[in-house]
Ligand binder design. Structure first.
Ligand code: SF4
Length: 336
């Protein structure tokens, strides 16, 4: 059993988990909302420590990260559990532990995972699939073991974490894709069971730490596709993170507890047209079609990176600059 970090003992039989803003009160009979932190003999235990549901090699574009070493393949690992309960979750079996007991998953030590990463020759590791925040201790231990090597770590996350644990994590993670699920606290409360402001705080902390950040916004018809609210969000992103902040607009399909029809492609395009007024790099994804996936220079319009079905070709860049006009492009493009 691996003791969790970030908790406060309230009594001999109760603790408060301080990892994420739910601040769950946990007893022997009641585990945390994420379903993977529970109390044993007065200690908070991370039940999914080293328990992995998936290990795979993915194109980095699949995360999605488009401006972080494009074309690289990433050693991706995931466990189970999540601290949100999105009605439209596309990974509900592993996120909500449906029919899965963490202790029954294959167990890996940090050394075993690091050895696999090295033997595969991977230069990027992604903590992904389920919400990596609820695998905090294992993620940090793996990332710490890789610190100082040429291998970089990225995290695909909902951003729902307390500032203290995030601050400890930031030095280990070079790239983030954070889901911004809506620009409305009402949406967060009703659809995810969480709150908006802590996610905003995480985005701003990642930016302040100078880590690479890309934001994903899953567009759900009738729930978060209001043009005015969306325009307010892109204006906020542009103002706080800069015009060159990367934004991915993703198409929703019915899943888990949500049966609304898929997002019309016209809605995705309409929102993209709003976003590009404020932002230079807006991509659409999960569409099954080839559009809005390439990177163009915001200064001269030259094609910089071409993407087709996760096949990526650098066309017009030298280092992190446009080869035609020398404009600096936001991101990391040259792997050592
Ligand atoms: S990490 Fe899990 S147990 Fe801890 S506060 Fe968040 S949901 Fe609750």
């Amino acid at each position: 059993m691996h003791e969790a970090q970030f908790y406060t003992k309230l009594s001999d039989t109760q603790v408060r988990c301080d990892l994420c803003p739910h601040l769950c009160i946990i007893s022997e009979t009641r585990s945390g909302q994420c379903r993977v932190r529970s109390l044993h003999n007065g200690k908070l235990i991370s039940n999914n420590y080293g328990r992995l549901s998936s290990i795979a090699i993915d194109p980095i574009e699949k995360k999605p990260l488009y401006h972080f070493y494009p074309g690289e393949h990433v050693f991706s690992i995931g466990s189970v559990g999540c601290n949100m309960h999105c009605k439209h979750c596309q990974n509900e079996q592993i996120s909500q532990c449906i029919g899965i007991v963490p202790a029954q998953l294959n167990a890996y030590s940090v050394d075993q995972i690091v050895e696999r990463i090295r033997s595969r020759g991977s230069r990027i590791v992604a903590f992904t699939y389920n919400e990596p925040i609820v695998s905090y201790e294992f993620m940090v231990d793996v990332a710490a073991a890789l610190k100082g090597s040429a291998i970089e770590c990225v995290m695909v996350t909902n951003g729902y974490i307390m500032p203290g644990p995030l601050g400890t994590l930031l030095p280990y993670i070079s790239g983030f894709n954070v889901d911004l699920k809506a620009f409305s606290d009402q949406f967060y409360k009703k659809i995810t069971g969480a709150r908006l402001q802590p996610v905003i705080d995480t985005l701003e902390a990642v930016k302040a730490a100078d880590s690479h950040l890309e934001i994903t916004y899953l567009v759900i018809p009738g729930l978060n596709d209001d043009p005015e609210e969306f325009s307010n969000m892109t204006a906020y992103i542009s103002r706080v993170f800069g015009r060159d902040q990367v934004l991915h607009l993703s198409r929703y399909f019915p899943s888990y507890q949500m049966s609304l029809p898929p997002t019309p492609l016209s809605t995705l395009q309409m929102l993209r047209e709003i976003a590009v007024e404020q932002l230079d790099h807006v991509y659409t994804g999960n569409t099954g079609q080839e559009f809005d996936a390439n990177t163009y220079c915001p200064a001269c319009g030259a094609l910089l990176i071409e993407r087709k079905h996760y096949h990526t070709t650098i066309r017009g860049m030298v280092g992190n600059r446009c080869a035609a006009c020398q404009q600096t492009i936001n991101g990391k493009f040259n792997i050592a």
